[in-house]
Each structure stands twice: as C-alpha cells, then as structure tokens.
Design a protein around this ligand. Sequence first.
Ligand code: ATP
Ligand code: MG
Length: 450
Amino acid sequence: MVAAWPPACGARSLSFERDFRVEMKSIQSIRGMNDVLPDHSAAWQRVEATAREVLTRYGYLEMRTPILEHTELFSRSIGETTDVVEKEMYSFEDRNGESLSLRPEATAGLVRAGLEHGLFHNQQQRVWLMGPMFRRERPQRGRFRQFWQIDVEAFGIPGPDVDAEIILISARILSELGLKGLRLELNSLGTTESRWEYREKLREYFDSHRDELDEDSLRRLDANPLRILDSKNPGLKELITRAPSMLDSLDEESRNHFDAVVDTLSQAGVDHEINPRLVRGLDYYTRTVFEWISDSLGAQGAVCAGGRYDGLVELLGGRPTPAIGFAMGVERLIDLVAAGGAGDPDPGSPPHVYLVAQGDAAVHKALLLAEQLRSALSRLRLVNNCGGGSFKSQFKRADRSGALWAVVLGEEEMAQGTVILKHLRADHAQETLAIAELEGRLEALVAGKT
Ligand code: ATP
Ligand code: MG
C-alpha cells in the first residue's frame, strides 16, 4: 500500500512525518541516463544552434517524431541480428498487449512518418531531427543508455551528388563547432546483391578462423558475417584487419558511385580515408557509408556515422526510394567542445537587470513593474527577486545571477515614486530616477547605450 502524503493531521502526525522521512530513500536517475545541469546547457545550446543553422542553410527542414514506436518498426528495419535489436532495446508490453519500444535511433521513425504522411510520393525530402535515443548498452565514457542524436536524412535522391552533400553538411557542422583533428572514414557496401558475394567470402574467411572468434561472432557467422567486422572486441581487431575487402567485390555501378563521392570530397577539400572494413551497426545500409572519428574520446571515438540505405523505405512498406543520412552523437560532440577543441562555450546570456524590492507594497509593485517592463522591452532580460529576504541577501542573489544592474525598490522609493539603478559590475555612482523614467533608461541599457 502506498502511504498517503501528506500524512493526516492530528496529534500523531509529527512523529509519523519524522518516521516517514527517515524511511524515504532519495531517488537516483536511471543508470546511463544523464541530467544536463544549468552550467552545461550553454554547450548543448551551442551544438544545437550550430546544427540548426547549418541545416537551414542547406535547405533541410526539421521533423519531430514520437519517442515510442511499435517494436516491429525497429526489428524490421534495423535488423534482427544487430546488437541494437538483439539486446539493447527498451521494449515493453502496452496494456493492450502490443509491444512498444523506446526509439534506439531516428531513421526508422522518420521513414515511418514519411510513409504515413505521403512525403515520399515523387518528392525529394531533406529533413532533420534532434532528440534522445535509448539503448541498453554498458554505460561508460561516451556511451549512455539515453543519448541525443542530431539526425539528418535526404530521401528520393539516388546520388552520388547528395551523398557528397550529406557528408559535406556533417563536415560543416563539425568545423563550425570549431572541432579539429577529426578523421573521416569512408567505405562502400555495394548493393544488396553484390554484398551476397562478399558475405560469402567473409563467411569462408571467418569460418577458417573459427577458433579465434568470440561467442557473438560465432553466432553471427552464418546469419550475418558482416556484423563481425563491427565487433567492439579488441581481441578480434587483428583478424578483422586481415579480412577480405568489400571494395574488391563491388559491382561496377557501386564502384562508379563511390568514386564520384570520393572525387567530390577531394575537390571540396575534405580530407578522408578509405576504410574497406567500415560497416555500420544497423543492417539497412547500402553503398556509401562513413564515420567521423576522434582520437581523443577513448574507445568511443565515433562522433558521427551514416550512409545510404536505398532499401529501407521499401522494407517498411513504401515504394523503392533512395535515401541517405547520418546521425551525430551530441554527448560526444559536447565532450569534444568542452575538452577545449573549440574554446569555452558561451556561458549564456546573463540578465540585464535584477529587481530588488523590500516591504509588502514594494514587493507587490515589483512583480507588476517587472511584467510591464517585459511587455514593453522584448529584449530585456530581467529577474525579479522572489521569496523576500534582506537587502543584503537579495544583492547576493543579484550578484550570483550575473546581472549587470540592480533596480531597487524599497519603502522609501515607493513613497517617492522612484527606483534606484545600481551597476553591479563597475564602480558607477548609483542613480535615482522616477519609476516612469525607468523603461526609457532600461531601453537604452539593453541597446548598449549606458
Ligand atoms: P558505436 O560504434 O559507438 O556503438 P554506433 O555505430 O552504434 O556507434 P550509430 O547507431 O550509427 O552508432 O549512431 C550514430 C552516433 O550516435 C554514433 O556515432 C555516436 O556518436 C552516437 N551514439 C551511438 N550510440 C551511443 C550511445 N550509447 N551513447 C552515446 N552516443 C551514442
Ligand atoms: Mg553501437
């Protein structure tokens, strides 16, 4: 039974309340799910604003889709033999028995929404989405159970021009964040058909090294040997490096497509490396795949990953629709921004004014005055003191808020219809002015004319 709260009043309520508190354990966040505290939100806002601005400049439009979807959407699109679907999804049965899952990535939901709303009918769509994703992985630096992605997709364009565009967008977001020293790796996975031949070669190769494989890889050997290339087990690294290269099995069209992407990137001055063993953690990719990697993030070095997935729209019930996209991991980007890759993020915009008031009438007047000023001056950032306190403690709060100016309304000022304007960061003489003059004076301050 859940104890009623607040406890019933009466003679015993005090001791009940005390016992109740002793028993209450504080509730912690879920492992691998993080809070963004006020001190850190400036870095988040900077990453978000930069991405939003770059994407708008390229003509990409924002979409937002639900965090919960039918589990089948992900199992069908991402692939049954991927880590994500096999063991990382947060799935549960809804009250009507349907299986629902928290989205582990954004693309499947965007395709579902695009199909549901007819966005792909003879149309090109360039879209993006920013939001939290959920995977039950082992939490460590740069790897969480709730993490944010900036996801960018272009539908209905076969490439290779848009492949280059997508990669150039990712390059521009990273460079506008001031991040340097990132490595771009590229590969082509060919078409679904040409990949069969490669799968077979890979299967033979890994089969002849069975004794060196771990349990996960053995399980995937027959179902999906490409997955082994994506193994995070350092013990397999050497074996994977010597595996056959996909590029040797590419069909001619995929080869030309890939050459055109690589050529455009070179001409646009974007450094890149071909990594013939680069695959993606999700099954739906075809042809171009790429990753941006940082060496300063430890094992979790990939900050952005993407590629072409021409089969996915059809797999989810639509007509064949070419598509390409990428997802950036926001926490990893912020880690890099904070590590000084781009200098300290802007600490945000402190208030212009902190309004200090004392005495019942003044406190009441202050709240209304604050509203009136906010209505009149849309750019004014004003914090009104709430919760009372002595002048001294209110000035302490004013100082902590970072405000440049304090406006003071005490009993004496109330009586005279004035306020005091005091600079908090420089040794200016304080001014007394009529309440009616305050708006004009603050307008000049906000405009930078002191
Ligand atoms: P990784 O190889 O690091 O597991 P992935 O191949 O699973 O990444 P994608 O599914 O392609 O990653 O997601 C794109 C980006 O999202 C990654 O490059 C990474 O920056 C970020 N990301 C993926 N999983 C996590 C996670 N659990 N925590 C934080 N960021 C993540
Ligand atoms: Mg992963």
